[in-house]
Design a protein around this ligand. Structure first.
Ligand SMILES: O=C(O)CCC(=O)C(=O)O
Ligand SMILES: [Fe+2]
Length: 328
């Protein structure tokens, strides 16, 4: 049998007494092993082989089933690397990527329009306390409405709020009563956050913060696992912000809840040939990037829990700039 043949090395012939003695001792051990294997059960290895094969087949089936389940739960369809783990606290990570040509078809603003493109993530710009407080503002506003599907938005600037299958204008709908819902402090907090994010973006891309203008839409998002009812609920499609929103040059996302503590799924994915890069949301984490097709991205479907974030975007074109939302 193969294991026995492999286990018996051939000793060189006639090489002195010591060697002969060693060979004799080995000979006894080998003879003993031979006799145990041959007298106890010649079939044992064949049985063992069958058992091993059965275990291997069962193992392979279990692995295949797990893989299929993972795919059906929306696991990513290619190789994925994590750009920002939920557990790490990033002082600042920046990856430069070559700019797409998307900016060439728009009016250029030297010193602002992207020449250096890329993506950055930082946990050091917005504190977890600020994230908690601004999330309370989002919860307060979104509790007044909410989409029938899984994705709701609240835009403090335009007043757009998801309700059922549509949007209402919060300011028109609630009129003066809005003063009982939001406070000046809430709006001040939004302005502070916007300003800090704007400075972080300017620094990372080597431009002046004053060359950037807040642009629309800027909105809170609340996503849960409820099935989509309208196209507005389908947040998971891959897209390019400059194509979707036109005026965006630099996009930022401030996350207000924690991946795997508050919700499952819902990671942000930069789509790339080779390996996608994911950002795992974490309350207070700011992810920012140039808005062209060098940063094609999507959000994974949320499988459980609720995910809160704010999209805050900037343009280089003053004509597309908007003022901060104000409390009136
Ligand atoms: O919420 C996110 O992580 C991404 C949202 C997004 O892609 C967008 O608002 O354009
Ligand atoms: Fe986007």
């Amino acid at each position: 049998m193969a294991p026995q043949r492999r286990g018996v090395p051939k000793a060189p012939e006639g090489s002195g007494t010591a060697q002969r003695r060693r060979r004799n001792r080995c000979g006894w051990v080998i003879a003993l092993v031979f006799s145990v294997l041959s007298t106890k059960s010649v079939r044992a290895p064949r049985e063992m082989w069958r058992k091993w094969l059965r275990t291997a087949v069962l193992g392979a089936c279990a692995a295949l089933a797990a893989l299929l389940l993972w795919c059906s739960l929306g696991g990513d369809d290619g190789v994925t690397e994590v750009l920002a783990h939920r557990g790490e606290v990033l002082l600042g990570r920046f990856i430069e990527v070559p700019c797409s040509e998307d900016y060439d078809s728009h009016r250029r603003f030297e010193g602002c329009s992207p020449r250096k493109c890329g993506r950055g993530v930082t946990d050091a710009v917005i504190t977890r306390d600020e994230a908690q407080r601004i999330r309370s503002v989002a919860e307060k506003g979104l509790s007044l409405g909410g989409s029938d599907g899984g994705a709701s938005i609240l835009d403090l600037h335009s007043g757009a709020l998801s309700v059922g299958r549509h949007f209402v204008n919060l300011y028109r709908y609630f009129g003066d009563k809005i003063q009982n819902i939001f406070s000046e402090e809430d709006f001040q907090l939004y302005r502070d956050v916007r300003q800090k994010v704007q400075h972080a973006i300017a620094q990372a891309f080597g431009i002046s913060a004053s060359s950037l203008y807040l642009t629309k839409p800027t909105f809170f998002s609340r996503i849960n696992s409820t099935e989509a009812r309208t196209a507005h609920d389908e947040y998971w499609h891959a897209h390019v912000d400059k194509v979707t929103y036109g005026s965006f040059d630099y996009t930022s996302l401030l996350y207000l809840s924690d991946y795997l503590d508050d919700f499952g799924g819902g990671r942000f994915v930069f789509i790339e040939e080779g390996a996608n890069k994911t950002v795992e949301p974490r309350a207070g984490r700011v992810s920012f990037f140039t808005s062209g097709s060098e940063n094609l991205h999507r959000v994974e479907k949320v499988h459980w829990g609720t995910r809160y974030a704010i999209t805050i975007a900037f343009t280089c074109n003053p004509d597309h700039g908007i003022a901060d939302p104000v409390f009136t």
